[in-house]
Design a protein. Structure first.
Length: 531
């Protein structure tokens, strides 16, 4: 019996065992390049503890061991000497199940094997094991595929597929480079598959209907045994679709057909916490970058101080909430005879967005308080009024400084701002240019410094909250307002000079003075605006 542990791993294992220290399983960095060898190729399956799990204490140091992964943990109480040795071996290298059994039997005797089988099953049920398939030719050992738990849930590969079974890659599967390996994932699966060079040819072949037997015929390819072992890992990771031409649930059933791969991946990543590590506020950049301050750096251009509205007077004269809610409509008509004024624009911004307070949280990040709510009080949204027609304010792209209640000129009118105005006008199907487009941006770092997988959906939720606040305040002020469903963040980057990856548009509204008589229907926009 050989346990394939390197000298360095054995040394680390011994030290950890002696000190009783918590050990983190050494991560294989991707699928290593094959070593060369001659002879008949055979397929070998191996297992090891998932690379992101920790062992506390080191298995050799105590009878009860606690394994902790990023999204769950597993207690292994009262382990026999053989089982402890096997768990320790799994923490440092890949082993065949036979080798592990032999290791246990050598310590505990044959009678220890049944208990070990139960422990091994528990490891699989808890998603603590990585399974790999290797092509071994003489001394050469080539990893072909590795099943990698990435979330919480069982990692228990099922039976190998029938050689003639019709199969193809799920259209929801996505592939990307991660930690030096090609990793294929399916939305909603807590398991991913790393693919080695020797098996990468399967991917294009699996783009259409095929079978394990057909895949084994690929030139320079894999044996049927290897193909079936690899597809077994694909299957448990949810990467395969079954059926045949014309019988494809993923394409024909409405509940699947309506999803694009990226949308379903985004939805699953952000709404199924058990399938990903890094859900919620993980502060993964806490040590690498400083938190971004609540206020963005000021723009160097012209500034316009805005009048501060008298909130006490407004509280006495405003329409009641119910009236505002019931009167709220999307209005896409602006009164050209009597355009919006800078004071009215200032009031709208003040009542919706101004910073009421700044405070520092326990996480060192500056938080803000504004009239609308924001997850974690991060308030990453900024507003850039793009002015075409506003009495008292020259046309151009302005930034609203929420802390100083002033406008800062970002850009004079030009081709880039014209593209943004035209885009908004087209989205709202307006007969003429909107008086003001409120471009809503997110300073992504404010959210992404703290939150991981939920960061982007959180931003979109904030956009919704802000839209409704703008709608209600504009209705109370008898202004015309309409939220828009799309915009071009590249156009905004060109107009503002801001870096697309640092701050970009995530929403936009058109706002203006409301005409006494509307030329266009409120509610759903019509293709042919009334003249
Ligand atoms: C997120 C969002 C996106 C919208 N996108 C557009 C749009 O691109 N163009 C448009 O004319 N109206 C848009 N609207 C306005 C809707 O068409 C409008 O809310 C809907 O027809 C109901 O009418 P109401 O707002 O008057 O109740 C949007 C509204 C929201 C909340």
């Amino acid at each position: 019996m050989t346990v394939e542990t390197t000298a360095a791993q054995t040394a680390a294992q011994t030290t950890a065992a002696q000190t009783g220290a918590r050990t983190t399983t050494a991560a294989p960095t991707g699928l290593a390049a094959p070593t060369t060898g001659t002879g008949t190729a055979r397929v070998v399956r191996r297992v090891r503890l998932r690379r992101d799990a920790g062992c506390d204490p080191a298995p050799a140091a105590a009878r009860t061991v606690r394994l902790t992964g990023p999204v769950g943990s597993l207690n292994l109480p009262d382990l026999s000497a053989g089982a402890r040795e096997a768990v320790a071996a799994l923490a440092f290298a890949e082993h065949t199940e036979d080798d592990l059994g032999a290791l246990v039997a050598a310590r505990d005797g044959e009678s220890g094997l049944l208990r070990w089988q139960l422990t091994f099953r528990r490891l699989g049920m808890a998603g603590m094991l990585e399974h790999s398939v290797h092509r071994v030719t003489g001394a050469a050992d080539e990893p072909l595929a590795r099943l990698r738990p990435i979330g919480r849930g069982a990692a228990l590969p099922g039976p190998v597929p029938d050689p003639t079974r019709q199969v193809k890659l799920s259209r929801f599967a996505t592939a990307g480079a991660e930690d030096g390996a090609l990793v294929i994932r399916a939305p909603g699966s807590a398991l991913a598959v790393e693919l080695g060079t020797g098996a990468a040819g399967l991917l294009p072949a699996l783009a259409g209907w095929t079978s394990p037997a057909a895949l084994a015929q690929l030139p320079g390819g894999l044996t049927l045994d290897a193909v079936r072992q690899i597809l077994r890992l694909f299957d448990v990771a949810g990467l395969l679709a079954y059926g045949s031409a014309g019988q494809e649930p993923e394409a024909s059933e409405r509940r699947f057909a309506q999803w694009s791969a990226l949308d379903l991946m985004f939805h699953s990543r952000t709404r199924r916490p058990s399938t990903v590590a890094g859900y919620g506020g993980t502060y993964r950049f806490g040590d690498r970058f400083a938190p971004e301050p609540a206020s963005p750096p000021p723009f160097p251009g012209e500034k316009v101080a805005l009048a501060v509205p008298d909130l006490a007077a407004l509280a006495r004269t405003d329409k009641p909430l119910t009236e505002v809610l019931e009167q709220r409509r999307s209005v896409r008509d602006h009164d050209e005879q009597s355009p919006l004024t800078v004071d009215r624009l200032g009031e709208l911004l003040y009542r919706t967005m101004r910073r009421r307070q700044t405070f520092t949280g326990g996480d060192r990040q500056e938080h803000a308080d504004r009239p609308y709510p924001s997850g974690g009080a991060v308030h990453e949204l900024e507003v850039y009024p793009l002015v075409t027609e506003c009495a008292g304010l020259k046309p151009g792209l302005w930034h609203y400084a929420t802390d100083r209640h002033e406008l800062e000129l970002v850009a004079e009118p030009g081709p880039a701002t014209a593209a943004l105005v035209a885009g908004a006008r087209e989205s709202a199907l307006m007969a003429s240019d909107p008086q003001v487009v409120l471009l809503v941006t997110a300073r992504f770092g404010r959210v992404m410094w703290k939150y991981e997988t939920v960061a982007y959906p959180l931003i979109l939720k904030h956009v919704g909250v802000l839209y409704q606040t703008f709608y209600l305040v504009a209705t109370a002020m008898d202004l015309a307002v309409c939220g828009l469903g799309g915009g071009d963040a590249a156009d905004f980057a060109a107009a503002s000079g801001l870096d697309f990856f640092t701050e970009g548009t995530v929403g936009e509204l058109v706002v203006g003075s409301k005409p006494m008589t509307l030329r266009q229907d409120v509610g759903v926009p019509r293709r042919e605006p009334k003249r």
